[in-house]
Ligand binder design. Structure first.
Ligand code: F3S
Length: 398
């Protein structure tokens, strides 16, 4: 492949002849615009070139979040096809729960238009923020372009794949071109830890999302943590970090794949006390218990089902569990137990991007990320209690 520099005095991003042709519009206006976006980002972040990606994850799917402008933009790209495996974030509803989610006809129609527009581009309508369980599983060291901050931090930290924190548009541009600018977390040296975080206490399950909220709010960079937990604990911690701040990667000693090379010469040490994370705790009573932000893992689904088996739900409380369709389909036995209990297992949507935050005023969840968003006016302004799974489940049992 021939590579050369274009207008070096203006731009340092090297483009191949093929990439330059796309940029000059020889493959149509749509691809030209996508290439312009990638090159502009590359210029800003001083990328040396574009690199091939193996997959993309697209956010900006719910009509509740992208609205009419987003739909119009997607329509303008019709005719283009993605070059790599591309999966999609949750949308505004689960088609089988339209009534509970108070989905009006207009929202339904607009949302379906969005999904059709994405599908026409060859994007798989997976509608989950946890594509890494079954739908889109990157490997260690693979370059990808993912939007959805919880999936980005999971892919970088727990899988060891490489992605910057893409936005809806830049991830779509990368999917349609099949490449992304080579900067940031694609580079070895940018994946080193900047802060060493130690806890002065042994964390319980409920502490992980609260710790994530604190770290996201107080630290800019890549934290290296010394603590023990499960993959689900770290998933919840990472999602909260990414929501309350700009963190896109962390290391956990003896757990994440790159922790051995993570500590460089310059690192700031921080000790977190239990009182630091107390601000995020709340003792609210709840109307809805919402599990699955990020979408529940197979093991979370199993734990919920095992705990609720043979029990009955209180009539004054709701239990909604959000999972990827692919996780639900593979765990029908657990789903049946939760539904027999009186809970609802929803796919394609989540507690934040559906109308749930506008329907319930007091919500309990294991998710720091859900708490971060649901308490904002735009998402309903609910009072949110974050605690561990079994405490929440106990509160809905008769
Ligand atoms: Fe996923 Fe919705 Fe939470 S997209 S991370 S379940 S806000």
């Amino acid at each position: 492949m021939k590579a050369y520099a274009i207008n070096l005095e203006v731009r340092d991003v090297y483009l191949t002849a093929e990439e330059e042709n796309i940029l000059q519009g020889e493959h149509g206006e749509g691809l030209k615009m996508m290439m312009e976006i990638l090159v502009k980002i590359g210029e800003i972040y001083k990328a040396d070139r574009l690199i091939p990606i193996s997959s993309a994850q697209i956010s900006g799917v719910s009509y509740n979040t992208i609205g009419e402008h987003g739909l119009h933009f997607l329509k303008s790209l019709q005719g283009l096809k993605v070059k790599v495996l591309t999966t999609l974030n949750p949308l505004a509803f689960d088609e089988n729960h339209l009534e509970e989610l108070k989905v009006e006809d207009e929202l339904f129609e607009k949302q379906m238009e969005i999904i059709r527009a994405y599908m026409n581009m060859g994007i798989r309508p997976t509608a989950t923020c946890t594509p890494y369980y079954f739908d889109n599983i990157p490997k260690l060291g693979e370059h990808i372009a993912w939007a959805e901050s919880s999936a980005v931090i999971y892919a970088n930290s727990i899988i060891g794949a490489r992605t910057n924190r893409e936005g809806a548009v830049s991830a779509l541009a990368a999917a349609l071109i099949g490449k992304t600018p080579n900067y940031g977390l694609h580079l070895d040296e940018e994946r080193k830890a900047t802060h060493l975080i130690e806890l002065s206490f042994e964390p319980n399950e409920e502490d992980f999302p609260l710790l994530g909220l604190w770290v996201g709010k107080n630290i800019k960079g890549i934290p290296y943590l010394r603590l023990h937990g499960s993959e689900d604990d770290f998933k919840l911690m990472g999602a909260a970090m990414a929501a309350s701040g700009s963190i896109a990667m962390y290391h956990v000693e003896n757990f994440t794949p790159e922790y051995r090379e993570a500590i460089g010469d310059k690192i700031e040490r921080i000790v977190v006390d239990r009182k630091d994370i107390e601000d995020y705790r709340s003792e609210e009573d709840v109307e809805l218990v919402a599990i699955g932000c990020p979408h529940a893992s197979p093991s979370e689904l199993r734990r919920i089902a095992e705990y609720l088996k043979g029990k009955k739900k209180r009539k004054d409380k709701e239990l909604w569990v959000f999972v990827a369709r692919s996780v639900k389909e593979r765990n029908e036995n657990y789903v049946r137990i939760i539904e027999d209990f009186g809970g609802k297992v929803m796919v394609d949507t989540c507690v934040v991007v559906s109308n749930a935050g506008k329907i319930f005023k007091k919500i309990g969840t294991t998710s720091g990320k859900a708490a971060f968003y649901l308490s904002k006016k735009k998402f309903g302004g609910a009072k949110v209690k974050v605690t561990d799974l079994y405490t929440l489940l106990r509160s809905v049992i008769e």
